[in-house]
Write a protein that binds this ligand. Sequence first.
Ligand code: FPP
Length: 260
Amino acid sequence: MDGNGRWAQANGLSRLEGHAEGARAVREAVRTCRKEGVQFLTLYAFSVANWGRPRTEVRALMNLLLDFAEREKVELRDQDVKLQVIGDADELPLATRQAVQSAISYTSQCQGMTLSLALSYGGRADIVSAARAIALRVQSGQLLPEEVTEQTFQSALSTHGLPPVDLLIRTGGERRVSDFLLYESAYAELYFLPIMWPDFNSKALRDAFAFFSGRERRFGLTSEQVQAAGTVVPLKAGHGFDPHDASNSLLASAESASAE
Ligand code: FPP
């Protein structure tokens, strides 16, 4: 969700007002995703690196998060949206942590969509923490090194339980991933757009979905294999494709098509 600061500057406002407008855009994005049948939405709200921003800005962002959690939890539950956090929530100031925790509990039974807020999140940090947790299990004899699989690894990441990323959207004109879901985005479709996050509305989101629908997702296979299988991985299903999952219908049908 990049571009709050530049949006504010262009509109003669402070950076903090830009973030507040960004929070409004978050509400619209959540509603639209829910309406469109997205099952998993993950928002990069605060990175590990963002702790290095000026103290006033960090404080304002933490207050916005607190406000968001307090104000939106009722609407989230009404919309059947379950809130969760990825990243190191223990790093958040107490009041923010409590408000977020309360919204998480309040929405815990919702099943329509999972909204994950990435807070004090870093993709590298998450990978290192997973590696450390697995190393400890190996050291204590609970796990053999040869038992460490992609599945073991995925379940040690803070995104465990979430499917791989299908579509990664970045506003603000930069074309980089900036430490977001590094492991999980292996086969993500990347969508960069020049508009600033506060201007990101339902129309822009639907355009992103249209872009996604037009992509041929090959997951390392050939276009012919994919077409023979006649299968697309739908955005609405929210599930990526695990090339090592033998039960995966795309791979299975592509193999039988090439064997014929
Ligand atoms: C990056 O834009 C944005 C952030 C570091 C914060 C994102 C926060 C929000 C959208 C609002 C709060 C979130 C929730 C979930 C309520 P930037 O500030 O770096 O923009 P710039 O590159 O133009 O300076």
